[in-house]
Design a protein around this ligand. Structure first.
Ligand SMILES: [Zn+2]
Ligand SMILES: [Zn+2]
Length: 205
C-alpha cells in the first residue's frame, strides 16, 4: 500500500465563497504586499496588511435558486434560476439535476450575489471582486496557477504530490474538490514541476 495517499475533499471545500469568509489573499495594488478580501453582510472589504490601504465594495443583485432533497434519488441539489420570471415565484417545480424527478421547491434568494466578472477573472488568477491579482499566483507553461489562500495552497500541494488519490468515502460518485482543477494540473508528468512551483509560493510573505 503506498504510504503517501490522500483523501480528496468534498467539492467546494475551497471555493471563492469559503475563502471570502476567512480571507482571500490578494496582492495590494499600491504596495504589492499581501492583503485580504473578505465579505460581511454583502459588503466586500479589501485590507492590505502591509501599507494599510483599505477599500470597500457593495455588489448589488441577488441570486435565486431552488434547493431540495430529491424524493426519488435522495440527493441534495441546488438549481440556480436565471430567468427573471421564475425568480418571482415563491415555489417552482424543477427537475432534479441528477435523476430528473420533478418536484416543487421553494425559491430562495441569497445575497451572496455576484461574481460579475466571475470565473473568467479567477481563471486569470485575479479576485473577482476588486480584480486584484491573487497573492498565491504563478505560471505554468503560460497558464496561471493560483491558490485562494494558504489553506488552499497546502491542499493543492498535498493533493498533487500524493502517490494515491482517493475520493471521500461518503460520496464516491459525486464530484470532489479536485474536479475543479484544470486537466493540465492533474496530468502526471506535470505534477512534480507544479508542486515545486507551489512550494515556492508557500515561502511568500
Ligand atoms: Zn499595501
Ligand atoms: Zn433525484
Amino acid at each position: 500500500m503506498p504510504e503517501n495517499r490522500i483523501k480528496d475533499k468534498p467539492y467546494g471545500t475551497y471555493s471563492i465563497y469559503s475563502a471570502l469568509k476567512a480571507g482571500l489573499c490578494v496582492a495590494c495594488p499600491r504596495c504589492g504586499g499581501m492583503g485580504l478580501v473578505t465579505v460581511q453582510d454583502g459588503r466586500y472589504r479589501f485590507q492590505c496588511s502591509r501599507c494599510g490601504r483599505g477599500e470597500d465594495k457593495v455588489l448589488c443583485g441577488f441570486r435565486y435558486r431552488v434547493q431540495n432533497l430529491c424524493q426519488s434519488c435522495g440527493r441534495f441539489y441546488n438549481v440556480p434560476l436565471y430567468d427573471r420570471r421564475q425568480q418571482t415565484y415563491p415555489v417552482l417545480r424543477v427537475p432534479c439535476p441528477y435523476c430528473g424527478f420533478v418536484m416543487p421547491g421553494r425559491v430562495e434568494r441569497t445575497g451572496q450575489s455576484v461574481w460579475y466578472g466571475g470565473d473568467g477573472m479567477l481563471r486569470r488568477g485575479q479576485d473577482p471582486i476588486f480584480g486584484f491579482d491573487l497573492w498565491f499566483r504563478t505560471g505554468f507553461d503560460g497558464k496561471p496557477v493560483w491558490a485562494l489562500n494558504r489553506e488552499h495552497l497546502a491542499y493543492l500541494i498535498g493533493y498533487l504530490s500524493a502517490g494515491l488519490r482517493e475520493k471521500p468515502p461518503a460520496n464516491p460518485g459525486l464530484r470532489t474538490q479536485a474536479d475543479m482543477l484544470p486537466t493540465f494540473m492533474k496530468t502526471a508528468k506535470h505534477r512534480e514541476r507544479l508542486v515545486k512551483k507551489l512550494q515556492k509560493l508557500q515561502q511568500k510573505y
